[in-house]
Design a protein. Structure first.
Length: 245
C-alpha cells in the first residue's frame, strides 16, 4: 500500500512538471511571434535662416551635418484595423541631443525613418505614435501588418519569481533565431522601474519581460554598466498607464 502511494505521488509530481514545461514552451513561442527588432534612423540637415518667422522656405540649405542609426527590440502590444502597434523604449524614438550642434541663425531639421524586422526577417515600415522620455516608453504603428500582441499580466511578479526576456543584444538576431534569456524579478527601484537578473546590452532596449504564462510584466531599457547581468526598465503599471493616456 505504501509503495502504491509513493508511485501515485511520483506520477502527480511528474505530471505537474510536464504541464509547467508545456505552458512555458507555448508562452515563449507566443512571445517569439510577437518579437520585432527595431531600427530608427535620424538625419540632421542644417539651414542658414534669415530674420523673421522661421520656416524652411525662409532658409538656405547648409548641408547634412549628422546621421545616426539606432537599433533595439520591441513586441506587439495591440492589433488594430489598420495594422499592428508595437512597443519599444522611449529613448529610441527620441531625437538625439546632436540636434543642438548648430545654434541660431543655423538651425537643424531632423528627419526620422522607422522600420522593424519581424520574427521571419521581413522589413516593415513604421510610424511613431507616441513617445515619453520620463517613462521611457514608445509605441509604433506598423500599417498593414499582423504582429500578434502579447497580453499584459494582471498582477506584478513576486520577488524571486523567474521571468523571461526576448531581445537582440548588440543587434544579434536572425530569422527565427531570437535571443532568449531568463532571470529573476528583484523588485522595484524608487524610480518605479523594475529590476531583473537578466543579461542585457545595447540592442536589448525595449525588449519584453514575461512571466511563465507569457504575460508582459515589464520591459528592459537599461543595464548596469560593468555588470550587465543586472537590467531594469519600466514596470507593468507604467506600461498600462502609458497605453491608457
Amino acid at each position: 500500500m505504501q509503495r502504491l502511494f509513493l508511485v501515485y505521488v511520483s506520477l502527480i509530481a511528474f505530471g505537474c512538471s510536464s504541464l509547467d514545461d508545456l505552458v512555458r514552451e507555448k508562452s515563449l513561442n507566443r512571445a517569439r511571434d510577437s518579437f520585432v527588432k527595431v531600427f530608427i534612423e535620424n538625419s540632421y540637415d542644417a539651414y542658414s535662416c534669415y530674420e523673421g518667422e522661421f520656416t524652411l522656405d525662409n532658409c538656405d540649405f547648409y548641408g547634412s551635418v549628422y546621421s545616426e542609426k539606432m537599433t533595439g527590440s520591441g513586441f506587439g502590444i495591440k492589433s488594430t484595423s489598420i495594422g499592428s502597434i508595437i512597443m519599444t523604449a522611449g529613448h529610441l524614438c527620441s531625437e538625439s541631443n546632436n540636434s543642438k550642434i548648430i545654434e541660431f541663425p543655423m538651425v537643424v531639421s531632423v528627419k526620422s525613418a522607422v522600420y522593424v524586422k519581424d520574427k521571419n526577417g521581413n522589413n516593415i515600415d513604421g510610424i511613431i505614435l507616441k513617445s515619453d522620455a520620463e517613462s521611457d516608453l514608445c509605441t509604433i504603428l506598423l500599417p498593414k501588418s499582423n504582429i500578434p500582441p502579447v497580453r499584459i499580466a494582471k498582477k506584478d511578479p513576486k520577488i524571486g519569481e523567474k521571468v523571461y526576456n526576448l531581445s537582440a543584444p548588440r543587434g544579434v538576431f536572425s530569422p527565427n533565431n531570437i535571443m532568449l534569456f531568463e532571470g529573476f524579478y528583484t523588485g522595484e527601484f524608487p524610480s518605479g522601474w523594475s529590476g531583473y537578473t537578466i543579461p542585457a546590452a545595447p540592442g536589448s532596449s525595449g525588449s519584453i519581460v514575461i512571466n511563465k504564462r507569457g504575460e508582459v510584466v515589464g520591459m528592459i531599457d537599461a543595464v548596469i554598466v560593468g555588470f550587465n547581468q543586472i537590467s531594469l526598465g519600466p514596470n507593468r503599471k507604467s506600461i498600462i498607464s502609458f497605453l491608457e493616456e
